[in-house]
Design a protein around this ligand. Structure first.
Ligand code: FPP
Length: 249
């Protein structure tokens, strides 16, 4: 089945999370950075499980940026192993629970075994309609905007909306909704080359809580605050939800 043939869920918000603070969590607990990433991966499972019940229909997680390759090789290997383990162990559960997995970012530089696990998890979960779980891996927003712009030029479709349609990573998905709420854990306040185009009108939420400690209850609190924000999209007095507009147009 072609992924592009499956429509996005019709309602709910798109939340994107920069999962920062695994290293500091490890420092405070065991001093092994790998333990921080393992605790971070465990937390991904908790947050994915809670997301549909909180009105989230798309969840994009920043797991590994293009610039993270400069970390020590052992740490890179550790994160890649955790990602592979996640994809291999969660595929069945995600399928059962209607969670569709998609990995965005470039697949060059990834080990073949990981690329195979990605393809298998995407295939296995392709019919899920409760939650779109997008994992950003070897990801750079600037790179993906450039790639989308190139595809637009080749196809003679240059409007902004068409760029959005090409942003899913490798063109297999029929478009990607804008982000409604961007959360960054770990106390820093920056975007770090994550979903720069899709976050044009996202509400930003920064919390000092370190990613492994960021609980479903914390996510619920972030969404509660988001619901109180007035979203005007440059307009006066008009509030609306971009994701739903995207899905309905
Ligand atoms: C940032 O914390 C975290 C990362 C670069 C890796 C994120 C990876 C995971 C949560 C595990 C695997 C993911 C999935 C989807 C199963 P940091 O190491 O920069 O923390 P620090 O700023 O405290 O050092």
């Amino acid at each position: 089945m072609r992924l592009a043939s499956v429509p996005f869920p019709q309602t709910g918000i798109h939340v994107a999370i920069i999962m920062d603070g695994n290293g500091r969590w490890a420092l405070a607990h065991t001093h092994e950075r790998s333990d921080g990433h393992r605790a971070g991966a465990d937390n991904v499972r908790r947050i994915v499980e809670a997301a549909p019940g909180l009105g989230i229909r798309a969840l994009t997680l920043y797991a590994f940026s293009r610039d993270n390759w400069s970390r020590p090789q052992g740490e890179v290997n550790n994160i890649m192993a955790l990602l592979r383990a996640f994809l291999e162990s969660e595929g069945e559960r995600c399928k059962r629970e209607g969670v569709r997995i998609q990995v965005i970012g470039s697949r060059d530089k990834l080990e073949y075994s990981l690329v195979r696990s990605i393809a298998a998890a995407e295939r296995q979960t392709a019919r899920g309609t409760r939650l779109d779980l997008r994992i950003a891996l070897n990801y750079s927003s600037r790179d993906s905007i450039l790639a989308a712009a190139r595809r637009c030029l080749l196809s003679n479709k240059s409007e902004a909306r068409k760029v959005s349609d090409f942003l899913a990573g490798d063109g297999r998905r029929a478009g990607v909704p804008d982000v409604d709420l961007l959360i960054r854990t770990g106390g820093e306040k920056r975007l770090s080359d994550f979903l720069l185009w899709e976050c044009a009108y996202a509400e930003l939420y920064f919390t000092p809580t370190l990613w492994p400690d960021f609980s479903p209850r914390d996510l619920e609190a972030a969404i509660a605050e988001f619901k109180h924000r007035e979203r005007r999209f440059g307009n006066i007095g008009k509030s609306s939800t971009s994701t739903q507009e995207y899905w309905l147009r």
